[in-house]
Every structure is written in C-alpha cells, then in structure tokens.
Write a protein that binds this ligand. Structure first.
Ligand code: HEM
Length: 352
C-alpha cells in the first residue's frame, strides 16, 4: 500500500516538474515570438511602402525614356518617340565646348587683327602707277558681293541663335530677343540655300586659279613677306588666299551638308543624327566666321589697293606687281614693259 502511494507521489512530482519546466521554457520562449512578429511586420511594412513608392506606370515611362516608339497621330520621322536621351548630351556639347571654343576663337582672331593693325598698320602700296589692270569681271564681283553679304547676314543671325541666350537676352531682355529671334531664325533658314548655291558657283569659278604652285611654299615660309625682306612671288591668288579659298571650300561643304540635314528633319533624319549634324554645323559656322574676319580685314583696311579691285574690277599695276608678281608678269607677257608703258590688257584710267 505504502509502495503504491510512493509511486503515485513520484508520478505527481514528475508531472509537476515537467509542467514547471515546460512552463518555464514556454515563458522564456514567448518573448522570442516578438522578434519573429517584428521581422515579419517590417517585411510587410516595407512591402506596403514599396507598393506606395513605385509609380504604377514606371515601366511605361522607363520605356519612354529608353526611346521605345509609341503611337502618335503626327506623321514624320520618329514622331512616336516621345523622349530621346541623347538630347541632354547634345545640349551639354553645344552650350559647353562648341560655344566656348567658338567664341574664344572669334575673340582671339579679332584681338590678333587689332594688335596687328595697331603695331604694323596696313600693308601699304610701295608705288601707285595710276595705270590699272583688269582683275575681276562684273560677274565675278557680283558673285563675290552676293556671297559676302549673304554670309554676313547668315553669320549675324547664326550667332544670334547660338549666343542669344547668354549675350542678347541680358542686352535686349526676353521680349526683345524673342522679337529678334522670330526674324533671325527664318532669315537664316531661307537664306541658307541661296547662299550655298552662290558660294559653290563662286568657288567653282575660281577653282582653277587655286591649284598649288611651287612658289606658294616660298610665300607661306615668309608669311607673305611679313618675315624677311621683299615680297614673295604669287600668282593670281597668293598662297594665303589659296589657304582661305580651301578653308571656305571645305567649311562650305560641311556647313551646307549639315544645314540641309537641319533644314529638312523629315527627309532622312532622326534626332540623333540631327544632334550630330547640328554640332558639325555650329562648329564649322563658327570656324568660318573666324576665318572670314581675317579675310575681311585683309581685303579692306589691312591691304592698300585691294578693295578697289573688288569694287571696280581694276587694280593698280603697282598693287599687281607687289602682291601678285607672277600674275602681273603673265598679264604683261614675258617681258615687263618699260617704265611708263602700259601692260597688255591694262588701262590708263586711274584706280577708283
Ligand atoms: C565685307 C566683307 C568682305 C570684303 C571687304 C571682301 C573683300 C575681298 C577682296 C578685296 C577680294 C579680292 C582679293 C584680291 O584681289 O586678291 C576678295 C576675294 C575673295 N573673297 Fe572676299 N570680302 C568679303 C567677304 C567675303 C566672304 C564672306 C567670303 C566667303 C565666305 C569671301 C570670299 C572671297 C574669296 C573666296 C575671294 C577670292 C580670293 C581669296 O581667296 O581671298 N569674301 N574679297
């Protein structure tokens, strides 16, 4: 009986012990559930937050920015492409290096010409004979002035387009610049092709006279007589004029080709190629303006006796002998006439 009691008591004690241990374990483990609940809660909250932050049309806009073509009722090249990423790079190149180096080149050329004129003055005629030689036909002069005037208009309107925001708006105000830009832009566009036609006709007309001759190197070595004594030999065009001619030729091709791409965006062009051609157009335009400034100076106040040729068609024999000795000899025949004798094709009318 006693033995039975003890085994019952032992069983009860074991049950109590197990209950206490399990209770202790459960009560110790219970706080851990907080971690699980907390982690799970965070994950859920993050999921909710994500759901709130993500634009439900994000995929759509990602496709738009990636250049994926959509639908547009407007017909034309690439009209279904809403945003083209390359535009940002193009803007940075146009407003950065192209504008900066282009403006620096033009200012440097102007300063250099001003310094040359102040220090050395104009290239004077050593003698004026009063006898003249025909240098330019009427057609050549009309072509030259047509190209020159249209180039100057294109240069002024083109510079207004590229530097208007930084230079003209502070001077004219936004309204003033807007009014001017509305004139400058169509003038630039409509004049471009008539100018290009005139330019290439003029260049074609003079191409034969611009082939390289051995004496051109002599001219270049002495910089047209600026280094050393005397005047180096030169044909109808001296080597400096030939360099100018070929720069205008190559620059003219680059400007015309790129300009056509910009004028007719629906021809074959997508925005990426327009950005490329725009950079070519702006760079070649700014370069040609800088080069033309040198030509305008040397063709007017920089050289005595040169401008009257392009105005009247006639140059003084003294000018021809000084600046274009080979051509002068050609015009006069193999032997130069004695002093006071007129050259063949020369007139005794005074130069205008
Ligand atoms: C007010 C502006 C200009 C003036 C005063 C001027 C003046 C002259 C003069 C005097 C000549 C004859 C040079 C000589 O007898 O050897 C000439 C030639 C020439 N001009 Fe002009 N010019 C002007 C603008 C331009 C422009 C804008 C261009 C072209 C974009 C141009 C292209 C030429 C060419 C290709 C020649 C042939 C000789 C050379 O290559 O220098 N001119 N210019």
């Amino acid at each position: 009986m006693r033995e039975q009691k003890t085994s019952k008591q032992r069983g009860r004690r074991r049950a109590v012990l197990v209950t206490v241990v399990v209770s202790l374990m459960v009560s110790m483990a219970l706080p851990l559930t907080g971690y699980f609940a907390h982690d799970a809660g965070l994950a859920l909250a993050a999921e909710d937050a994500d759901k709130e932050a993500v634009n439900p049309r994000a995929e759509y806009w990602r496709a738009v920015r990636g250049g994926t073509e959509g639908y547009s009722a407007v017909s034309g090249q690439e009209t279904g492409v809403l945003i083209q990423n390359g535009g940002q790079n193009w803007r940075a190149v146009r407003n950065g290096p192209v504008s900066f180096y282009g403006a620096s080149l033009i200012i440097a050329v102007l300063l250099l010409l001003a310094a040359k004129h102040i220090v050395k003055g104009k290239d004077k005629l050593e003698s004026r004979t009063g006898r003249t030689i025909t240098r330019w036909s009427t057609f050549e002069r009309v072509m030259h002035w047509y190209v020159a005037i249209s180039f100057i208009i294109l240069a002024i309107t083109g510079l207004s387009l590229i530097f208007g925001k930084n230079v003209l708006i502070p001077l004219m105000g936004k309204e003033g610049f807007a009014a001017w830009a509305q004139i400058a832009k169509p003038v630039h566009d409509y004049l471009a092709l008539p100018f290009a036609a005139g330019l290439f006709l003029m260049l074609l007309m003079w191409i034969g006279k611009n082939s390289v001759k051995s004496y051109d190197f002599e001219w270049l070595k002495s910089l047209g007589g600026a280094i050393g004594d005397g005047h180096p030999p030169a044909g109808f065009f001296n080597a400096g004029e030939k360099v100018f001619y070929w720069m205008i030729f190559l620059g003219g091709v680059a400007m015309t080709l790129s300009g056509v791409y910009l004028l007719f965006p629906n021809l074959e062009t997508v925005r990426e190629s327009m950005q490329f051609w725009h950079i070519i157009h702006a760079s070649s335009g700014l370069f040609l303006i800088a080069v033309a400034l040198g030509h305008i100076y040397l063709g007017s106040v920089g050289t005595e006796g040169v401008l009257e040729g392009m105005v009247s068609g006639e140059v003084d024999e003294g000018f021809a002998r000084q600046h274009h000795s080979v051509w002068y000899e050609e015009v006069k025949g193999s032997a130069a006439p004695a002093e006071g004798e007129a050259a063949p094709g020369a007139s005794s009318a005074p130069a205008t």
